[in-house]
Ligand binder design. Structure first.
Ligand code: HSE
Length: 308
């Protein structure tokens, strides 16, 4: 049923999750964006940003409202008017799927307003929001944000998304005080790669799926590696090797870069507080960078909190 107002929450996500460049995504329980929409007369769009992060408030430039407009268009309501209030729960350009949280939240909020439940349309509109920010319509973050848990974009052409319920483990995230634009982090990737690297990733990605389905957290950690993007992006994350080493030494099962960085995440079962301290300390010592950090677990995905 269409309604007058809706409030949604939309979570942070970790794209690539080691060997799954542009295909694996893990949804986090927190942090989340909160997006409220209400109907306005046809053709009118307003955007209000709350909180400490500065974001565009022009409706055609803000990721959340842009995705909402694309959703309305895809559903045959191109002229739907709305007012949107966005409380950003995560720092843009940090590697934990900030733009995906905005676009998935915006698309879901609009879908709630129009009474649309079709997740495929919500996914498509969300990916358009991603494209606005990064220049590429990648689905890994938005799939995880919308479906929750661990997701695999198994066929981009047919938009086939596999959902796997992950076991419970801790995810420790450290975000150094620099930002990396996804657009730039994609531009530095080579256009072709050695077959030996492709074979290596194929093995790791298959191992990761096996480990997820076996719900074996130690094994999941052992497959957190990548030869497609990570080797080229390490230079965008000063101190990465030191942070990785110190997290493993403190008891993490595996470490990698979140999406296009600069967030570095570790997974563990226990000792999360020590791992977090070790990662933050390593960023400071190895790169002279302060880092924000938090501990979370896999989450259920974006949610309509209320409608009215
Ligand atoms: N898969 C994308 C990339 C995620 O690594 O460029 C960006 O957040």
């Amino acid at each position: 049923m269409p309604c007058e107002r809706a409030l949604v929450s939309s979570p942070a996500t970790i794209a690539n999750f080691g060997p799954g460049f542009d295909s694996f995504g893990l949804c986090l329980e927190s942090p989340c964006d909160r997006i409220a929409v209400r109907r306005l007369p046809k053709g009118r769009h307003e955007v209000r940003i709350l909180g400490k992060y500065k974001l565009p408030n022009r409706p055609d430039q803000n990721t959340a409202s842009y995705a909402a407009m694309r959703l309305a268009e895809l559903c045959g309501h191109a002229d739907a008017g709305f007012s949107m209030t966005i409380r950003k729960g995560m720092k843009p350009g940090s590697g934990i799927g900030s733009s995906a949280a905005s676009s998935a939240g915006g698309a879901l909020a609009m879908a709630a307003l129009l009474g649309i439940r079709n997740k495929e349309v919500i996914l498509e509109a969300s990916a358009m929001g991603e494209e606005l920010v990064s220049g590429s319509r990648h689905f890994d973050n938005v799939s995880a944000a919308i479906y929750g848990g661990f997701t695999v974009v198994s066929d981009l052409k047919t938009r086939t998304i596999i959902q796997i319920r992950p076991p419970r483990f801790q995810i420790i995230v450290a975000i150094p005080e620099i930002s990396v634009e996804t657009r730039r982090a994609r531009e530095i990737l080579p256009t072709s790669i050695a077959i030996s690297d492709a074979v290596c990733n194929l093995g790791w990605a298959s191992g990761m799926l096996h480990a997820m389905m076996k719900r074996n957290v130690r094994m999941i950690g052992s497959y957190l590696d990548d030869r497609l993007a990570l080797p080229y992006r390490i230079r965008l994350v000063p101190g990465y090797e030191a942070v990785r080493e110190s997290a493993l030494k403190a008891g993490a099962y595996g470490v990698s870069i979140g999406g296009s960085g600069p967030a570095v995440f570790a997974i563990a079962q226990g000792r999360a507080a020590s791992i977090r301290r070790a990662m933050v300390e390593a960023f400071r010592k190895a790169a002279g960078l302060r880092a924000e950090s938090f501990i979370t677990v896999p989450g259920p995905g974006a949610k309509v909190e209320s409608i009215g």
